[in-house]
Structures are given as structure tokens and as C-alpha cells.
Design a protein around this ligand. Structure first.
Ligand SMILES: Cc1ncc(COP(=O)(O)O)c(C=O)c1O
Length: 310
């Protein structure tokens, strides 16, 4: 179980074991929350949060799509996150801000329920494993389709929507795979349960676009930038299911999984069954950017001020 000393709750720092909500919290019943997943890396300049501003901006956009007014400004959340990391004494950690409808009237119209906010952080290794990042993972195409904007808000990182990822993840793991790839409601490739996806053939990188029900990944933005800077062509377009096993290389990106290559899909090897050269080239630059070893992308890191010891 991951822990930390403190959690930030509605403007206060509280002990991990005291960070509690009422059982009639609206979000607990109806999934009415929005959240972020961010990572703080131990860099030479100090602990630093990767693309912090972009994550806080997406949190606001996610909230807007569910008619939630943010109870704290972006700057307040940014400062609270800094202080939380410093007070927990972390050099590197995963960060989870959550904005949710609290205890109030029960029923499906949540507009009278308070909007509350917490930020938690804990130490968390690579989501699909260090071995997966190095040698690639095995995935299957899920029998579950990714939620579509006919019924929900794929561009919102909303709590209730993750039941879709939960079902796909359970199915994949029960059948012996590390990850599930979901198709969109038109049968095009969409994404993993918590990652965007990239398919490489003949030197061109294709990735599903915003009209394929993806979550607009912050790392996706960074990967596209890095790939372009390395001189690769990146095309945002519909990707057919069969392009996965027929690709030279496939990889995934997300805050939790970072850049993880895929070596197999539906029991078919991708390329020669090992991470390929373009994946490796992008992964190397991306890892340098995350860990503060890249001058070019240094502006993507928000350094956490650590008060001097007295
Ligand atoms: C469903 C889903 N898709 C894609 C991503 C990748 O997004 P990001 O790169 O912002 O972490 C995530 C993770 O947040 C996710 O949960």
C-alpha cells in the first residue's frame, strides 16, 4: 500500500489516515469527479513536476465538461502541490489531484452539491513495469469499446468514466495480457486503459486523433513534439485494428506508464517482437525530458521549491 504523511484536502494539510469523506459523497455513488495523474521527478534542479500547468489546465477542462466550478484556482492548486511534496519529503512521486461533488442532496442532479478538492501523492514505480518499459508488453484488443461522446465525455478525465478502463483492464489481465487496447465505437484503434497509442510503419508514426474518443494525453503532446523535433512524421488519423499486428513498431504513452513499447498484440509479434529503433530513439529523449536531463525541454518541468533546512 502506498502512503505519504500528508494529504491536501480543501485547503488543509491532513494526516494520511484522517483524509476521509462522508459515505454519501455524491462522487462515490455516481462517479461525479474529475482528476489528474502527474509525476514529479528527482532532477538536478530539485523535485520537478512534468508539465504541471498542462495537467492543471486539463483538470479545469474536465470539470467544465461536467458543469463543475473549480473551488480553487490553478495557482492555488500549483502551490498546494508544491507544499504537499515538500512537506512529505518526496524527491519523486505520483500526484493525484481530484475535484469531486461532495455530500449534499442525493439524486442525479449534482448542481447543489459542493465541489471539493484533494491532492494526494505517493511513490509509484512504472505502471506497466520497468521490464515492460525495457522489453515491451503484450496486449490484447479489448472486447469493450472505449466510451464515446454519444454518451459521455471522452475528453474529460472523469472518475465514473474509468469503469470502462477497469473492465478492459480486468479482462486483459484475467486472460494473461498486461494491457488492453480499446477500439472506438467505429471500430478504430483508440487507446490503452490509461495510455495513448502510436503505430509506426515505414518510418511514419500514426496516432488516433481527438475524434477517435481518446483522452487528450499530456504525454501524447510531448511525444508528438519530440518525434517532430527528431525529424519523424507524425500523422493524427483513424488507425485500423489490423495496423497493430502489421506495424513495424507500436508504443504507448501515459503519465503512469511513461513510454512503454508494445511487443505483441493478440498473440502476434509486432515487428520482430522487440522494441524498434524509432520507439527507442523517442523513448531516450522522452526519459531525458522527464528526468531533467534535457535542456531543450527543461521548460516542461515545474521545479518544486524546497525550503532551506534550519
Ligand atoms: C484513458 C487514458 N488515456 C490516455 C492517458 C494518457 O494521458 P497522459 O499522457 O496525460 O497521462 C491516460 C492517462 O492519464 C488515460 O487515463
Amino acid at each position: 500500500m502506498q502512503t505519504a504523511d500528508l494529504i491536501w484536502m480543501n485547503g488543509e494539510f491532513v494526516a494520511w489516515e484522517d483524509a476521509k469523506v462522508h459515505v454519501l459523497t455524491h462522487a462515490l455513488h455516481y462517479g461525479t469527479g474529475v482528476f489528474e495523474g502527474e509525476r514529479c521527478y528527482d532532477t538536478e534542479r530539485g523535485p520537478a513536476i512534468f508539465r504541471h500547468d498542462e495537467h492543471l489546465e486539463r483538470l479545469e477542462r474536465s470539470a467544465k465538461l461536467y458543469y463543475m466550478d473549480m473551488p480553487f484556482s490553478r495557482e492555488q492548486l500549483r502551490e498546494a502541490t508544491h507544499e504537499l511534496i515538500a512537506r512529505n519529503g518526496f524527491r519523486s512521486c505520483y500526484i493525484r489531484p481530484l475535484v469531486y461533488r461532495g455530500h449534499g442532496p442525493m439524486g442525479l442532479n449534482p448542481l447543489e452539491n459542493p465541489v471539493e478538492a484533494i491532492i494526494a501523492c505517493w511513490e509509484w514505480g512504472a505502471y506497466l513495469g520497468e521490464e515492460g518499459k525495457k522489453n515491451g508488453i503484450r496486449a490484447r484488443v479489448s472486447s469493450w469499446r472505449r466510451i464515446s461522446d454519444d454518451s459521455l465525455q471522452p475528453l474529460s478525465k472523469a472518475s465514473g468514466q474509468y469503469l470502462n478502463s477497469v473492465l478492459a483492464k480486468i479482462e486483459a489481465q484475467k486472460s494473461g495480457y498486461e494491457e488492453a487496447i480499446l477500439l472506438d465505437d467505429n471500430g478504430h484503434v483508440c487507446e490503452g486503459t490509461g495510455e495513448n497509442i502510436y503505430v509506426i510503419r515505414d518510418g511514419v508514426i500514426a496516432t488516433p486523433c481527438v475524434t477517435n474518443s481518446i483522452l487528450w494525453g499530456i504525454n501524447r503532446m510531448s511525444i508528438i513534439q519530440i518525434a517532430n523535433d527528431l525529424g519523424y512524421e507524425v500523422v493524427e488519423r483513424d488507425v485500423a485494428r489490423a495496423e497493430l499486428p502489421l506495424a513495424d513498431e507500436v508504443f504507448l504513452s501515459g503519465t503512469a506508464a511513461e513510454l512503454t513499447p508494445m511487443r505483441e498484440v493478440d498473440d502476434m509479434p509486432i515487428g520482430d517482437g522487440k522494441p524498434g529503433p524509432i520507439t527507442r530513439a523517442i523513448q531516450e529523449v522522452f526519459e531525458d525530458a522527464l528526468h531533467g536531463r534535457s535542456e531543450r525541454y527543461a521548460h516542461w518541468l515545474d521545479v518544486v521549491p524546497i525550503p532551506a533546512q534550519t
